[in-house]
Design a protein around this ligand. Structure first.
Ligand SMILES: Cc1ncc(COP(=O)(O)O)c(C=O)c1O
Length: 348
């Protein structure tokens, strides 16, 4: 399994990768513009960024690893979790409740492991018992996404605690909180109580830094030290180090963007009600919509693309037959995609 980059179209409205459709804070661009030739020529210093990011998250610096996007952190966590596996001919295992962010199983394969997929339940309730039943002596990592991508569903906090308590120390429980900023749901305040839990965050979504690449892992310092060994020492560019600090300081931008996303989701829900389309209320910056009443999801995605709007076909994901996923960003962008959806629903 390899990552297939979704088709891009110049000038299209990008609602297919859960990016920030409003760009990033102007302060980020200003900070990057202030960099000098020497800044670019030297290997970056991350001391200020690490301090400010730890303060922003309310954690100690030793509990934090900054990575080139959360993707890099997830890969490093996987490599680290599998590294000491002493299976004979067997492979170390990763448990992944589905549907899930596709990169987990790509990273598991890249790191020489095997994915154990947990099928979804009918209404995407969290598969607590099934995850626990899937544990074997070979399990080394569990990927939990909270809230889930692509469903937008939240995992009950008690279920997360339960898994963290039940798994042996050699198993890393990754709680991927990529969409935390849109819901505020997090296990971070309890991180000290769960030494095998690693929380992942990205600044790609609400802060609009997907192109800059800015992510991090938070957890027990000892476990993080092992993961650090799998992260190159200069993996963040000087542009990321400067822009990221500026993004952390601009709380006003963050608040404004969150409000836009909230309003956009309400507009999408209301449109689905009007059009008789099944949807799931989402804690992220996207909404999963079953469009099978109108037509084939692949054809709908193509029809949208010809109208200059990119949305994502998720119909091949477990439990997501007939579904597309639409990013909820700026309200004016959401109005455009709703108009297109209405047009397709009205078409004979
Ligand atoms: C659940 C989840 N985790 C991680 C990522 C990757 O984040 P980054 O862009 O910081 O690598 C994404 C991006 O879409 C995501 O949806």
């Amino acid at each position: 399994m390899t990552y297939a980059r979704p088709a891009d179209r110049m000038g299209a409205l990008r609602l297919h990768l859960n990016e920030n459709t409003g760009g990033c804070s102007q302060a980020v661009i200003d900070a990057i513009r202030q960099l000098t030739a020497e800044d670019v020529a030297y290997y970056p210093d991350y001391a200020a960024l690490t301090r400010e990011c730890a303060e922003y998250l309310g954690v100690r610096e030793g509990q934090l690893v900054l990575t080139n996007g959360l993707d890099e952190g997830l890969l490093a966590a996987t490599v680290s979790a599998f590294r000491l596996f002493r299976g004979t001919s067997e492979l170390p295992e990763a448990i992944i409740p589905t549907p899930a962010f596709e990169m987990y199983s790509i990273f598991v394969k890249a790191a020489g492991g095997r994915t154990v997929s947990i099928p979804p339940k009918p209404a995407f309730e969290f598969q607590l018992q099934e995850v626990c039943d899937a544990l074997t002596p070979r399990t080394r990592i569990i990927f939990l996404t909270n809230p889930n991508n692509p469903t937008g569903q939240i995992i009950p906090r008690e279920a997360l605690r339960d898994i963290a308590r039940r798994v042996p120390a050699e198993v890393t429980v990754v709680i991927d909180e990529a969409y935390y900023d849109f819901c505020g749901e997090t296990l971070l305040p309890e991180i000290d109580a769960h030494p095998n839990v690693i929380i992942g965050r990205t600044f790609a979504k609400a802060h609009g830094l997907a192109g800059l690449r800015a992510g991090c892992l938070i957890g027990d310092p000892d476990r993080l030290n092992q993961i650090r060994e799998a992260v190159p020492p200069y993996s963040l560019s000087v542009f990321a180090a400067a822009g990221w600090r500026a993004a952390l300081r601009d709380r006003e931008y963050l608040g404004w963007y969150r409000t836009q996303v909230e309003e956009s989701k309400e507009l999408l829900y209301a449109a689905c009600e009007r059009l008789g389309l099944q949807y799931w209320r989402s804690a992220g910056n996207f909404v999963l919509i079953n469009v099978s009443r109108v037509g084939d999801p692949g054809e709908i995605v193509d029809a949208m693309a010809t109208r200059g709007i990119l949305v994502r076909d998720r119909s091949k994901d477990p439990g997501c037959g007939g579904c597309i996923r639409i990013t909820a960003g700026l309200v004016r962008h959401t109005e455009i995609v709703i108009e297109a959806l209405e047009g397709l629903c009205a078409a004979p």
